[in-house]
Design a protein around this ligand. Structure first.
Ligand SMILES: Nc1ncnc2c1ncn2[C@@H]1O[C@H](COP(=O)(O)OP(=O)(O)OP(=O)(O)O)[C@@H](O)[C@H]1O
Ligand SMILES: [Mg+2]
Length: 305
């Protein structure tokens, strides 16, 4: 399967505001920092991932809408970001109409998969250091046709879950949907993991929520918990990932740790994209170097940025 060269991970949760986009942007940045070449595909008409990475709405002449509707190649719409090795295929409000427009097409759930296959073919012809190793698909807060397209094209699902009282509400429905997609659209789809987000130690429920989710989902829950951190919420208004906005803050550190844990899990499962930076190293390099001293967990050694 041509898409196999790139690991395609979908960030999905039909609940709104749980940290899907924040995780796509900052996990993508952290993966790029440790040498992966990452493409974020914005499949949400809100376009928050695109805005958060500094892509003005006015400049989005072509978008993921054009890709899904078959008018443009994914490779033609992707844009550079302020982060080396991190690219984004931006979205626009046009995506709102996508579902209605293609509802009658028998291949309606495979539009993204086809676009990724074409990109993978193009990538095969490219130099090794120009090939994407990870594609992160940011979904809207709905289990609609856009999310189905993402799940049909992905290797695995990553579920951001906010550490709040109703965290588990809706998780069963999401897990059922993943199972249904596996049976019908994409037999290879796996559940990569659950990322607990916006953990607030002052909230009395938060620790209980973490314990409950771990009790329910076991080792599918990442060890790394993303704290609630004001710098994380400020960064998008500057069009930057928090890792560029404030590398030392607890949110940045948590996303670096998450990326490291994710890669470690991928390698443990023998499915890592195997991508290293152009310099062929494992450790963070280039754009974050010399900014701060950071301990990165997992297989990466303590590294100076
Ligand atoms: N760790 C964090 N600390 C503080 N604020 C956060 C954190 N993570 C996310 N936020 C804020 O919470 C809000 C929701 O986050 P985000 O947009 O990532 O969620 P989402 O699941 O993508 O939402 P939607 O379902 O609308 O697409 C945003 O304002 C974001 O800045
Ligand atoms: Mg979002």
């Amino acid at each position: 399967m041509p898409v196999a060269a790139m690991r395609v991970l979908v960030l999905a949760n039909q609940k709104g505001g749980v940290g899907k986009t924040t995780t796509a942007i900052n996990l993508g940045t952290a993966l790029a920092a440790i040498g992966e070449r990452v493409l974020i595909v914005d499949l949400d008409p809100q376009g928050n991932a695109s805005t958060g990475l500094g892509i003005d709405r006015e400049s989005r002449k072509i978008s993921t809408y054009d890709v899904l509707s078959g008018q443009e190649r994914l490779g033609a719409v992707l844009r550079e970001t302020g982060v080396p090795r991190l690219f984004i295929a931006p979205s626009t409000l046009d995506l709102v109409g996508f579902e209605l427009e293609i509802a009658a097409r028998p291949d309606r759930a495979y539009c993204l998969k086809k676009a990724l296959s074409v990109l993978a073919d193009e990538q095969n012809a490219a130099e090794a250091e120009e090939r994407f190793t990870y594609v992160l698909v940011d979904c809207p807060p709905s289990l609609n046709l856009l999310t189905m397209n993402a799940m049909a094209a992905a290797h695995a699902v990553l579920v951001p879950l906010q550490c709040e009282f109703f965290a588990l509400e809706g998780l069963s429905q999401l897990l059922t949907t993943v199972e249904e997609v596996r049976k019908s659209l994409n037999p290879g789809l796996t559940m990569h993991g659950i990322v607990l987000t916006m953990f607030d130690s002052r909230n009395t429920f938060a620790a209980q929520v973490v314990a409950d989710v771990r009790g329910f989902m076991g080792d599918k829950v990442y060890e790394t918990v993303i704290p609630r951190n004001v710098r994380v919420s400020e960064a998008p208004s500057h069009g930057k990932p928090v890792l560029l906005y404030d590398l030392k803050c607890s949110g940045s550190q948590a996303y670096l740790k998450l990326a490291s844990e994710m890669i470690q899990r991928e390698r443990g499962n023998g499915v890592a994209a195997g991508g290293k930076g152009a310099d062929g190293r494992d450790s963070p390099s280039g754009f974050l170097r010399a900014k701060a001293k950071v301990v990165v967990c997992g297989p990466l050694k303590q590294t100076e940025f």
